[in-house]
Every structure is written in C-alpha cells, then in structure tokens.
Design a protein around this ligand. Sequence first.
Ligand SMILES: Cc1ncc(COP(=O)(O)O)c(C=O)c1O
Length: 238
Amino acid sequence: MILDIVGRFASDVPEPPGSMYIRPTHVGTEPAIGKAAAPTATSLQYILLSPVGDYFSGGDTTLRLLLEENGARCAAHMGMIKSGGNYASALNPIMRAKQDVKADQVLFCPNGDVQETGAANFLLIDGDEVITKALDESFLHGVTRDSILTLARDMGMKVSERELTVEELLERAAKPGCEAALSGTAAVLTPVGTLIHNGQDYKVGNGGVGATTVKLRQALNAIQWGQAEDKHGWLTKV
Ligand SMILES: Cc1ncc(COP(=O)(O)O)c(C=O)c1O
C-alpha cells in the first residue's frame, strides 16, 4: 500500500529538506457499542501522505527538555506501540511543561529511567560514545534511532544501548563537549541544549549545537537525499 500510494503521488514529494510524511493508520470499524472492552472483528487500514517542510530551523537553536520522573508517557506495556492514545496521555504533561518552565518537550523518565519524549527518541553523545535506552516494550522503537546508531557505528563510535538514569544523565551532560539529541522521522536529529530538573536548568555541554549531532544528522540526510551511498539498503525505489 505504501509503495503504491507513494508511487502515485511521487510528483508531489517536496524538494529536500522538505519531505513526504507517510503515516500508515489502522482503525477498528465494527459498528458495535461495547468495543472498548473487546477487539473489533473488522478494521480499516489506510495510508496518509502529507508533504511537510523542514522541521529543523537549523542555526543555533537547541531544545529545552523537562525531565519528568513521576509521570510516564503512556502505560508501560504500550510504549512500543504507535497508538493514538499514547499521544493523548502525554499531552497534558507536555502542555504544562511548556507553560510552566518554557520547555519544548518532556523527556519521560519514570522512576529515573530515561526513556523518550512525546514524539522522539533520546540520545546522549559523550565524546565518541552514543548512549540510549536499550529496546524494551516501554518506548517506541524509532527507525531514525536505529539509523543514527548504525551510522555512529559506521563512523567508529561506540554505541551503548542500556539503561540510563537521570542521575547519570545530569552528571555526564555537565561535562564540556557532551551532547544530547532527539531522533525521529520529523526531528531527524535535533540538538538538546538544556535539561530542566527539579526547577533548575542544566546545560548539556556548552548548551549549543553539538558537532557530532550535526555530523550524524548530515550523514543521514545525505543518504535520504541521494547524495551519499546507501550502504545499508535503506532506500526503496517506487
Ligand atoms: C513516541 C515516539 N518516539 C519515537 C519516535 C521516533 O520514531 P521514528 O524515528 O520511527 O520516527 C516517534 C516518531 O514518530 C514517536 O512518536
């Protein structure tokens, strides 16, 4: 279905850095009350396409993230599923964080476990090491996360997929040269400059855009835009 629809609307794909966002969607359609507690017997699957601009304004902009240790983005067993309800349950803490501490996003860290934001994965870049939570069912397994980790390995960096606590994050982030970033289809790799914890701002490194973040972002964009060799077979011709 994806190949078919993208092929049909290929001439509407914007020039880079714009892109065509592809959103496969699956909804239950059984016309019965009471389906809140039982699965639907019929469903409809469709693919939404939407031309989008460049989400990343570039320049010196970095994100401010509120570290949320008490709430979770969604129910623990639902994190790896791309379900609409997960986004709804994250909206209230995100709106509060924007209003109360001028955060751009919330980094959900239930009981100190650094997971992800409302719509992107989180990576800590400390020198030549990338640290991010190992895959489990509590968070979304982003394809961009996977691509960036692969590119980091290709560049000879060490990739550590493991538990990261808020305590370790704040300790490492304070070091000069440390970087943090959000990965996602829309975000690609967007630098994080400030972490907000218990009412206090903590700069990540010098608070600016990190060189490694830019390098990894450019490497992924170059493959997506056909400017670099697609060594891993990520591109599909339609
Ligand atoms: C909750 C959440 N985490 C992570 C991601 C990043 O995933 P991907 O890189 O596949 O876009 C997304 C993107 O949609 C998301 O909504």
